[in-house]
Design a protein around this ligand. Structure first.
Ligand code: PMP
Length: 358
């Protein structure tokens, strides 16, 4: 073996959902929003001249940071922005998880968490969710090097009882607790942890523009915490790459934040479609976990997850299937437009009819 091969940082990478080239597909596999972003976004991006290509972008992303700070009613020194929440989470892992003790997260949660830990050589422990796919707060009241909770969780869609989450944050005042709120805009009001930030200085809340703001392609995520914590994340970011955010993200992102009416109305549409689709799937024999997100996690009472997944794929409907113990029979179905969900239901009905004939 060549010597350099002994020194490689070998990693098993995160596998994102498929992005098919074929545009004739109903794509319900990566939790994208079926509706376009606010028209303000394209207008802002189009107004950028070529000068913004020639120059470096603002390394502090001031405009976007200020828009988010105003939107959430916090100071600009309490907001960190990154290239999607993946970048933000990666920076947070790098900054705060340097202990010999295990960082804790659920066994069924966002599958990028263990990948960052492996890559950054962070000790971690995956804690089994209970039989109803819920977090038991007591499991997180043990020694640890940090805690990460996706709330609502992915791929289950389940949101935690807020008082339980508060108990975890309170019991872990010596650890950083990261709450990944990628899907929180699709949950009932009052479930976010943002209002806890003034009380708990160990809390970091992470958000994304990819789902509720329909901007997965622009790649924008952010964290809100204390000024002290945000400075520490920025110190690591500037030690790694000063210019993570480009001009399109800064201008387009700020424009999205300025259009709150549009934002609210798109979320409402997705939630209505989610509720309707849930009922229809239940009527077809699916068990659907209670979703507070823009996707549903469901399993059929007779047919395996793999079979439904393959059948839908053959019929040009892509959903997500995880070949992972405990969730093998579930499908994660992103909420699309009403028409897309009608096609999904129709297709599943055909499969069920076929199976009934056998
Ligand atoms: N957190 C969770 C729980 C997610 O499901 C995702 C989407 N893959 C992300 C973070 C990252 O999203 P993005 O990088 O697009 O902001």
């Amino acid at each position: 073996m060549k010597n350099w091969k002994e020194n490689v940082r070998r990693v098993v990478p995160y596998v994102p959902g498929e992005q098919p080239k074929d545009t004739n597909i109903i794509k319900l596999n990566t939790n994208e929003n079926p509706y376009p972003p606010s028209p303000f976004v394209l207008k802002a991006i189009n107004s950028l001249g070529n000068e913004s290509n020639r120059r470096y972008p603002d390394p502090t992303s001031d405009k976007l940071v200020k828009a988010l700070a105003d939107f959430h009613g916090v100071g600009s020194d309490r907001v960190f922005v990154g290239v999607g929440s993946d970048d933000v989470l990666g920076m947070i892992f790098m900054t705060f998880f340097n202990s010999e003790k295990d960082v804790l997260f659920a066994d069924v949660t966002y599958s990028f968490y263990p990948v960052w830990c492996e890559m950054l050589r962070i000790n971690y422990r995956e804690i089994p969710l209970d039989d109803d796919f819920k977090i038991r707060k007591e499991d997180y009241m043990v020694e640890n090097g940090g805690i990460v909770i996706a709330n609502p969780n992915a791929p289950t869609g389940i949101i935690m009882n807020k008082n339980d989450l508060i108990d975890i944050i309170e019991a872990n005042s010596d650890s950083i607790v990261v709450v990944d709120e990628a899907y929180i805009d699709f949950a009932r009001e009052g479930q976010s942890c943002l209002d806890l930030l003034d009380k708990y200085d160990n809390l970091i809340v992470v958000r994304t523009f990819s789902k509720s703001r329909s901007l997965a392609g622009l790649r924008i995520g952010y964290a809100i915490s204390s000024a002290e914590i945000i400075k520490l994340i920025n110190d690591v970011k500037y030690s790694y790459n000063s210019y993570t955010m480009n001009s399109l993200q800064i201008e387009g992102g700020s424009a999205s934040v300025s259009d709150n009416d549009y934002f609210r109305s798109m979320i409402k549409k997705v939630v209505e479609t989610r509720e309707r689709t849930t009922k229809e799937l239940e009527a077809l024999g699916f068990e659907v976990l209670p979703s507070s997100t823009n996707f549903i996690f469901a399993k059929h009472n007779k047919i395996s997850g793999t079979e439904i997944f393959e059948y839908l794929k053959d019929n040009k409907i892509y959903v997500r299937h995880f070949n992972q113990e405990r969730i093998m029979d579930y499908l994660r179905i992103t909420i699309g437009t009403d028409e897309e969900m009608d096609s999904l239901i129709r297709s599943i009905k055909v499969l069920l009819d076929k199976k009934a004939d056998i």
